[in-house]
Design a protein around this ligand. Sequence first.
Ligand SMILES: Cc1cc2nc3c(=O)[nH]c(=O)nc-3n(C[C@H](O)[C@H](O)[C@H](O)COP(=O)(O)OP(=O)(O)OC[C@H]3O[C@@H](n4cnc5c(N)ncnc54)[C@H](O)[C@@H]3O)c2cc1C
Length: 379
Amino acid sequence: MATRIVVLGAGFGGLELTTLLSERFGDALDLVLIDKNDAFVFGFSKLDVMFGRQLPDTVRHPYRQISKPGVRLVQAEVRAIDPRARRVETSAGTFEADILIVALGADIDQAATPGLVEGGHEFYSVPGAFALRDVLPRFERGAAVIGIMGKSFKCPPAPSEAALLLHDYLTTRGRRAETSITLVMPFGTPIPPSPDTSTAILAAFAERGIRFIRDTLVTGVDGARKVVTLSDGSELPCDLLLGVPVHRVPQVVVDSGLCDGPYHWVPVNKQTLATAFPGVYAVGDVNGVGTPKAGVFAEGSAQVVADAITAQLRGGDGPAPYTGRGSCYIEFGEGHVGRVDVDFLSGPKPTGTFQGQSESFVEEKRQFGASRVRKWFGA
Ligand SMILES: Cc1cc2nc3c(=O)[nH]c(=O)nc-3n(C[C@H](O)[C@H](O)[C@H](O)COP(=O)(O)OP(=O)(O)OC[C@H]3O[C@@H](n4cnc5c(N)ncnc54)[C@H](O)[C@@H]3O)c2cc1C
């Protein structure tokens, strides 16, 4: 019987892993890919949709387009995971695995910040970002705050991008003079591993009159008084909150015993991404390997697991140690995109090299997305 590999979550990590294994083994494997949604959406597409640069339908990549040797896609909710038995209960039945991959990402927890649901907006979920497309046109004057509510959050450049794109959006609509933009961030600089990138972003903020409040979290929202509370106890006027909610481990993963609680990402072997349970790996945002939560790192960790599984099934050397390297594109506004190349695990401390910002990176970023769609969806 073919080895059965069950992949939980068809995001950046799950799609990359399934694609690589299908390319290498084809029908010789029984690959089951499970996701509760019917389509994949890139993280950066959330910004494109909320600022009216793309239509919601054009950024959804339906899973039904996937047709790969050995791969069966199941649209179902994962309800329980038994990592010891490598058994998964879903809304579409029970699946037993020889090798189990948990790639369920990071969940956001809006309820963790008092007043957020009633008095603010978030742009980190697909529904939240898409809903903002209809909210932003009504923001004509007052204070906009882009506020981060927890220290560990996906795509650290995204809040800075949101501030710069909001500036463009309001400028185009002739509303910039009547509005202010403040970014509240728990770091000392926008991109801590890359001083050059941070300097460029802070210069862009200064040119555009965007205020940057460092080393601070948004801890509460009072929609009636139109203020947000900050972690230093002060308040900030806020007519429009674009929030980055607290991130947490999905509850089904917490319940499985793969981690120690909602704020403890799944511990893994840094070299192989293996969990403490034999035959169970954790890929992408859900793990605590020490890289930022971003698609490029989810993809990189999937490549390591694909190599580990290949070595296990075919014999041969195991994977090279996971380096935590990747390139992130950053929207600077005014049609410019920057790129930072980061390396989180191969040296004594994380490093990042800023490659500059220009119109040429716009095309490179477009290619980044298009090549993944071609590879994962065969389109
Ligand atoms: C605004 C924004 C901009 C971003 N920009 C970038 C960028 O430019 N570059 C970049 O590299 N990264 C970017 N990211 C980050 C990137 O989107 C994530 O880090 C990446 O998607 C993580 O991949 P993953 O496979 O770990 O998880 P995900 O891609 O989140 O996939 C997890 C999957 O699991 C499924 N799932 C969860 N729970 C269940 C369940 N119980 N049952 C069934 N299915 C379930 C979900 O539906 C989802 O499809 C951005 C994120 C945001 C929010």
